[in-house]
Design a protein around this ligand. Sequence first.
Ligand code: AMP
Length: 111
Amino acid sequence: MSDCVFCKILAGEIPSKKAYEDDQVLAFYDIEPKAPVHILVIPKQHLSGAAAVTAENSAVVAHIFEVIARLTKELGLADYRVVTNNGPDAGQTVPHLHFHILAGGKLGGMA
Ligand code: AMP
C-alpha cells in the first residue's frame, strides 16, 4: 500500500535496521524501542492487522513464529514477549500486520 510506512520500509523507501529477511517476511529493529531489544516482524504481503488473517493467508503467520523462534535463538534471547496490537484502541499505530519481539531484560507485567 502506497501510504503504509512498513510497505515503504519493504520497498526501501524508508531505511530500517534489518534483523532478518526472506521471501515472505522482514524483521527490523523498532525505531522507538520499548525494551532493550525490540524487533518487529512483518509479512511482505500487506495485511492490515491480526483481524485480516484468514485461512487463505495464515501460513505466513506460522512462518513468522518460526522466524521468531530461530531469530531469538540466534540473538541469544531465551526469554521474550511477542505482541501484536489490532486496532487503535489496542495501540496499533501502523496498519500493517506486525509482531513485536520484546526482550533483553525483565519485562513488566501485562494482561
Ligand atoms: P504498533 O503501535 O503496535 O502499531 O507498533 C508500531 C511500531 O512501529 C511502533 O513500536 C513504532 O515505534 C514502530 N515504527 C514506526 N515507524 C517505524 C520505522 N520507520 N522504523 C521502525 N519502527 C517503526
